[in-house]
Design a protein around this ligand. Structure first.
Ligand code: XMP
Length: 517
């Protein structure tokens, strides 16, 4: 793999993704990793990430100096570039000159392995206080900017390279090319990591792990569990049994898509548990969001465990056993829960609607090394329906936390219709790529006055909450075109009885969360 050394900024994951976009497998490691540990991983390249610190700060993140002596081709970025400069005998100065945001750099004359034949004047994305004031001996200076004499350096002999700017950020005009030049030209790593190779590798791993045991998987209707189950099915066929709990809080058509489209395209054996009544009874009279989450979580586990128990008995009757449970854990979850550098996270509630940790099954996690966009690519490669693979994130507690007030059947029906209209119009306008997700929220406890025909109405507002985001940790509200908003508003107020007002949420996160509850 290519190792991305995380110096504690939010950039490491982005770098890891860009490396993979160059069809090279990457893995994030903390900066506390030792040279021995690096050597054991046998990397084909190393990228040192940026970070929030100054190399002069007390306790600023450091790097085992042995790592740069292993002879592994290395690219330093921003803070990583400065750490590299310092360890190799160059100089880093606190010049008092800072560069933040779009910054012009000028390349030295001639072509180079790292910067290829790029234009001499280009825009890059910078974010630094300190600067490299002198390149290490034997290194060539490749670029400079107004306040940085050494904005990039290289030694083809040592296979060591560095840039002060952030090539992983799209605002750096030729950023991806810098990464690809490093990977393919400087380090000589082939571009052979892709959906097909990931599937082949996972299938072999799953077969070895599972053997002849049966395996169960909870499908939520979302992308992750759908793709995880499809890979496992490819590996062990009918040893896999999927469980789908219909809690009545799904969106329009979701159950049919799982039961018909997904099953038709994968051939998995599916057991649907119709728990609509059970959830409805449990939610009656409840308005507090956290209580809703707890109830939905509890009822979900109850339904799933009952279904699993029945399957265990069935297996025993067949002289088989169920030892494994499939989970759609993704790489960002792995990094954030200790695989990375322990940056604070506010995602603890996101497993609500998931399974407890003390199940008696061993876990099969075929997506543990993958980012979301890669999971989608693999789903497409496996032939899953686009309605499932392209689906936006949807919370486990479903529409239950999108009704501000008590959850009733009538309100769920109303919200489902409004939500379907919004999704249809956003897709028709070609906006799915721009939007991370668009919660549609029913303010059931608020009433608004309206006029329709000759009469006065007293109905409810619907809130549109379209957001753009990279990872749901932060988000901005999406600037939807007015004509699309107008169409959505017209259709909802005309087609959804009981709604006489459509409002747009224009709050970023923070301070607002994405969901209303
Ligand atoms: P917030 O509202 O915290 O949401 O900004 C961030 C992301 O998490 C989703 N979300 C949940 N997902 N169970 C889930 O599985 C939950 O209880 C839950 N609450 C929020 C939300 O849709 C968004 O993608």
């Amino acid at each position: 793999p290519v190792l991305v050394v995380d110096f504690g900024a939010q950039y490491a994951q982005l770098i890891a993704r860009r490396v993979r976009e160059a069809n090279v497998y990457s893995q994030i490691v903390p900066h506390t990793i030792t040279a021995d540990e690096v050597a054991k991983l046998n990397p084909s390249g190393i990228v040192l990430s940026g970070g929030p610190s100054s190399v002069y700060d007390e306790g600023s993140p450091s790097l085992d100096p042995g790592i740069l002596k292993l002879g592994v081709p290395t690219l330093g970025i921003c803070y990583g570039f400065q750490v590299m400069a310092q360890q190799l005998g160059g100089e880093v100065a606190n010049t008092g000159l800072r560069e933040y945001g779009a910054t012009a750099v000028t390349l030295a004359a001639g072509s180079s392995t790292l910067l290829g034949e790029q234009p001499a004047d280009q825009t890059t994305w910078m974010s630094h206080g300190d600067s490299v004031s002198k390149a290490p001996e034997g290194f060539t200076v490749l670029a400079s900017s107004a306040s940085t004499p050494v904005a990039a350096f290289a030694s083809d002999e040592k296979k060591m390279y560095g840039v002060q700017w952030h090539p992983e950020v799209k605002h750096s005009e030729f950023g991806q090319q810098v990464l690809e030049n490093f990977l393919h030209r400087a380090a000589g790593i082939p571009a052979d990591w892709n959906s097909g190779s990931v599937i082949a590798e996972q299938v072999a791993r799953i077969q070895a792990q599972v053997g002849t045991s049966r395996v169960i998987c909870g499908l939520s209707g979302g992308v992750d569990s759908a793709v995880a189950a499809a890979i496992v099915h490819k590996a062990v066929g009918d040893q896999l049994i999927c469980i789908f709990v219909d809690h009545g809080l799904l969106r329009q058509d979701e159950r049919r898509q799982v039961e018909e489209d997904y099953v038709a395209s994968t051939g998995v054996r599916l057991v649907t548990i119709d728990a609509v009544e059970q959830f409805q009874d449990a939610l009656t009279g409840v308005t507090d969001p956290e209580t809703k989450r707890k109830i939905i979580g509890r009822e979900f586990i109850r339904s799933f465990e009952n279904a699993a128990e029945a399957l265990v008995l069935e297996a025993q009757g067949d002289g088989a056993s169920i030892d494994f449970l499939v989970q759609g854990t993704l790489y960002p979850d792995v990094v954030e829960s200790g695989g990375g550098t322990g940056t604070a996270n506010i995602k603890s509630h996101h497993n609500v609607g998931g399974l407890p940790e003390d199940l008696q099954f061993k876990l099969v996690e075929p997506l543990r090394t993958l980012f979301k966009d890669e999971v989608r690519a693999i789903g497409r490669e496996l032939g899953l329906p686009e309605v499932i693979v392209g689906r936006q994130p949807f919370p486990g507690p479903g529409l239950g936390i999108r009704i501000v007030g008590e959850v009733t059947r009538e309100r769920l029906d109303l919200l489902r219709t409004a939500d379907a209209i919004v999704r249809e119009e956003l897709t028709a306008a070609g906006l799915d790529q721009e939007i991370w997700q668009c919660p549609v929220v029913l303010l059931a406890d608020v009433r608004s006055v309206g006029v329709q025909g000759d009469g006065r109405t007293y109905g409810h507002p619907i809130v549109l909450r379209p957001v753009s985001s990279e990872d749901a940790m932060t988000a901005d509200w999406t600037r939807l075109p007015y004509d699309v908003l107008a169409r959505i508003s017209n259709r909802i107020t005309n087609e959804v009885a009981g709604v006489n007002r459509v409002v747009l949420d224009v709050t970023s996160k923070p301070p607002g969360t994405i969901e209303w509850e």
